[in-house]
Design a protein. Structure first.
Length: 150
């Protein structure tokens, strides 16, 4: 009896975990998806446009996973990004996850975390995707988070 109960609980938990799993990334433009995969330069203008960080985009079972960071030189400034891509179009992608910025002269040097959906867009002849939600929620500042083409 106890064994059946344990097996039932395991199946229920397994089903619940599967239903909570990230849905596959919607790829509406295959060329853009191919361009997004791989390692890219990453920057937040407050840290540096000369010394880039990196961000890796990998396809894990149909879900495009994003993880990266940029670290300041000689200070504690830091940008981290981690999450998944919800959809990919020719000129933009929607990222769902967490972006944390720590900049010495913004928000008293304390980390500022944002969670949710963010649009990264190519505009004009730029060679990068720029996060469109530029208003820093922790201070009066505009954050330019850029992911560069390979």
């Amino acid at each position: 009896m106890l064994r059946r109960l344990v097996i039932c609980v395991v199946f229920v938990l397994a089903f619940a975990m599967c239903s909570l799993a990230q849905e596959r990334t919607r790829v509406n433009d295959r060329a853009a998806a191919a361009m997004l995969l791989g390692r890219h330069k990453l920057s937040l203008q407050w840290i540096s446009w000369d010394y880039f960080g990196t961000v890796d985009v990998a396809n894990r079972g149909g879900v495009y996973n994003v993880k990266g960071r940029q670290k300041g030189r000689g200070n504690g400034d830091l940008l981290t990004i981690e999450g998944n891509v919800v959809s990919i179009d020719a000129k933009q992608f929607i990222f769902e996850g967490t972006i944390v910025t720590t900049v010495s002269h913004i928000n008293g040097g304390q980390p500022c975390a944002r969670q949710g959906d963010f649009t990264f867009k190519i505009t004009g002849k730029r060679k990068y995707w720029r996060m469109q939600e530029i208003d820093n929620p922790c201070d009066e500042a505009a954050d330019y988070v850029d992911i560069y083409f390979r």
